[in-house]
Design a protein around this ligand. Structure first.
Ligand code: ATP
Length: 232
């Protein structure tokens, strides 16, 4: 059910002693899109994702996930988060990790998760600690997708992947969005990591939301502006 926006934020902010990590952000993320959250280090990307994932409380404003508070049973059930540091047990095998996933999440779909793992050529008997960063990302993604989330939040998923693994991840996310209508929100500090997979963009810097909109329109506007500046 993809009625209304997947995420809606009004005046959203998070303040620490040293200042605002995120300030006065208002946006609507349309459901069913693959959205990039782009901005330099310290821009507030992780803060925004963690608020949506119910790991952090805002200190100002509101954020709703499919119309509900992030801490509500409905939002928790429909949201999956893959952190930048993957919280996987290094001594577990992939198989043991998938079994744990099922024990910790009622209704979790083992077949979905296993398909994601196999699509990345990750052996089920491999220990997590021996996997490359790209394969570990894939296991973490498999755990998240086994939840059949309506909203998938990914913090810097591309950062430790080589071009082939990035291409594979892109394919998996696009298939997921096309087949299940999953809304994806993924962060990166590089637009180049996102522009081939995302169709919507949120641009943040210094805790503020600078731009939000369709990738094609933002890139076209950017070309116009840079063209105007160079006199083309
Ligand atoms: P990166 O790309 O480096 O992960 P980011 O865009 O995800 O950056 P955040 O991690 O959201 O940025 O951090 C935004 C700002 O909030 C930074 O200036 C950071 O130092 C500050 N910040 C984050 N967490 C805390 C905390 N627990 N205590 C104090 N300041 C914090």
């Amino acid at each position: 059910p993809a009625d209304g926006p997947a995420i809606e934020a009004h005046g959203l902010g998070r303040k620490y002693r040293r200042g605002w990590a995120l300030k006065d952000c208002s946006f609507r993320l349309p459901a069913g899109r693959i959205c990039g959250l782009v901005g330099p280090n310290g821009a507030g990307k992780t803060t925004l994702l963690e608020i949506a994932a119910n790991l952090l409380e805002p200190t100002a404003g509101t954020l709703r996930v499919f119309g509900a508070a992030p801490g509500s049973a409905q939002a928790v059930r429909r949201t999956a988060f893959v952190a930048q540091e993957k919280p996987l047990f290094r001594r577990f095998t992939v198989e043991e990790t998938l079994r744990l996933g099922r024990e910790l999440n009622p209704g979790w779909d083992r077949a979905v998760a296993e398909a994601v793992v196999r699509a990345g050529d990750v052996p089920l008997d491999a220990r997590i600690g021996t996997l490359s960063g790209g394969r570990r990302t894939r296991v973490a993604l498999a755990l998240a997708l086994g939840k059949r989330p309506g909203l998938l939040l990914l913090d810097e998923p591309m950062s430790d992947l080589d071009p082939l693994a990035r291409h594979e991840l892109t394919g998996t996310l696009m298939a997921e969005a096309a087949e299940h209508g999953t809304t994806v929100l993924m962060s990166s500090h590089l637009l180049s990591e996102l522009e081939n997979v995302c169709d919507y963009l949120l641009v943040v810097s210094s805790g503020g939301l600078r731009l939000a909109g369709d990738v094609d329109e933002l890139l076209a506007a950017h070309t116009l502006l840079t063209g105007a500046r160079t006199g083309d």
